[in-house]
Ligand binder design. Structure first.
Ligand code: P6P
Length: 282
């Protein structure tokens, strides 16, 4: 696993340099989700492909920016799904963005996840890596230095409600509002990585991206985004669910770009989501 950790560090340093250049125009291409790709999306995808391809333990990689997986070496052990630059459209308004990595052993699938990682490119570049615990690293003078283990409080006070509100179900809106009525603060930038990073580092809260009338299967991708953050939150003493199944890490995926509604947070908030969704999906 250390060879993967080291490769992700090299990716992060190269991607940070790529972000710092001035031209971030759109390409003429679309990704598998029909989103127009920034030149930067394509560049960051190539950086990660180059670096992961040098790692002997890697079998196959899959990018959110590419339709199909790429077999690197048949005798490899790990399958790595990555979102090269999540929230990349926020770069041109100078908001934080991130890279997300899901590391699966032997085959794709939540049950095979053995580690996950994200890098957040903001005023500072930080990395969170979860294997048996969730650990924070800070990029300083070209090296990622260990900072601390991240542990969530039982209850937080940040509320990050994703999705188009006019397309929420009535019971989801009622649930989101119930947290505001308890004094929770709205913290939502539209970037999954910084929005979840804030909840992790500020002790807790709730990030939600529900099924909506325009996105009945949710927006966020299981292999690239949902399972990696679910793993990170669970290893940090929080929880994650899809609102329907008991265990999100037992969810199957119909194809590598499959999506799911998802909720990540402290135990108190996730218990509320479970109760509301169970009551309204009987
Ligand atoms: P909405 C960015 O495009 C992204 O994939 C995630 O980073 C983010 O959490 C979500 O979409 C934001 O979606 O519909 O709330 O703008």
């Amino acid at each position: 696993m250390k060879d993967i950790f080291d490769a992700i560090q090299r990716c992060a340093i190269r991607i940070k340099d790529a972000i710092d250049v001035k031209d971030i125009g759109y390409s003429q291409k679309e990704n598998s989700s029909g989103e127009t790709q920034l030149q930067l999306d394509i560049q960051c995808d190539l950086i990660i492909e180059e670096e992961l391809a040098t790692v002997p333990s890697v079998h196959t990689i899959a990018s959110e920016e590419k339709e199909h997986e790429l077999i690197i070496r048949e005798n490899g052990k790990y399958f790595i799904a990555y979102d090269p630059l999540d929230g990349s459209s926020l770069v041109d308004v100078n908001l934080s963005v991130g890279s997300i990595f899901g590391i699966y052993e032997g085959e794709w699938g939540a049950r095979n996840m053995v580690a996950s990682c994200y890098v957040v490119y903001g005023p500072r570049v930080e990395m969170v890596f979860a294997e048996n615990k969730t650990q924070l690293y800070l990029l300083q003078a070209g090296e990622f230095e260990f900072v601390k283990e991240i542990r969530l409080n039982e209850k937080g006070n940040l509320n990050a409600p994703g999705g188009t509100q006019q397309n929420w179900t009535a019971y989801h809106k009622e649930m989101v509002d119930s947290f505001f009525a308890e004094g929770y603060r709205l913290r939502y930038s539209g970037g999954m990585v910084p929005d979840l990073h804030q909840i992790l580092l500020k002790g807790g809260g709730l990030f939600s991206y529900p099924a909506t009338s325009d996105r009945p299967d949710g927006k966020l991708r299981k292999l690239f985004e949902v399972f990696p953050f679910a793993y990170i939150f669970k290893m940090a003493g929080g929880d994650a669910i899809d609102g329907i199944n008991e265990n999100i890490m037992a969810l199957s995926h119909d194809h590598i770009h499959g999506t799911s509604q998802c909720f990540f947070g402290s135990k108190y908030e996730i218990a509320r989501v479970k109760e509301v969704y169970a009551r309204n999906n009987q």
